[in-house]
Ligand binder design. Structure first.
Ligand code: 5GP
Ligand code: ZN
Length: 110
């Protein structure tokens, strides 16, 4: 089982900030900003290349809930990041979306 499936199952502790039947959001263990939340679907989808009509409702749920999750952390301006594959720096092979905020990031890379 992958590390995020273990977190979903409750086998590895996490600081949860939102949960429903389809998605889980928790604080990143190694935050890069004052707010750094990881949002995952509660099914194992390896990465963005594996999103399909069969599982995209989970991804839709994530995006439906992101504003509420961000608001619960006191922010309404944030960056959403998904790393897909090795070159992009995806270290956990269970699709996830980083919500990063609480600091002025400027324009930088994007
Ligand atoms: P990636 O680099 O794959 O886009 O992001 C993986 C993220 O998961 C990293 O930011 C890393 O800090 C976080 N992470 C890895 N293992 C754990 C863990 O056990 N608990 C939590 N809360 N975050 C984790
Ligand atoms: Zn998984």
């Amino acid at each position: 089982m992958c590390i995020f499936c273990e977190i979903i199952e409750g086998n590895i502790p996490s600081t949860k900030v939102y949960e429903d039947d389809k998605i889980l959001a928790f604080k990143d263990i190694n935050p890069v900003a004052p707010v750094h939340i990881v949002v995952v679907p509660k099914i194992h989808i390896e990465g963005a290349n594996d999103v399909s009509a069969d599982n995209s409702s989970y991804i839709a749920s994530i995006f439906e809930k992101i504003p509420e999750i961000a608001k619960s952390q006191g922010i309404d301006s944030y960056r959403i990041i998904n790393n897909c594959g090795e070159d992009a720096g995806q270290t956990v092979k269970h699709i996830h979306f980083h919500i990063i905020g609480g600091v002025n990031m400027g324009e930088k890379l994007l």
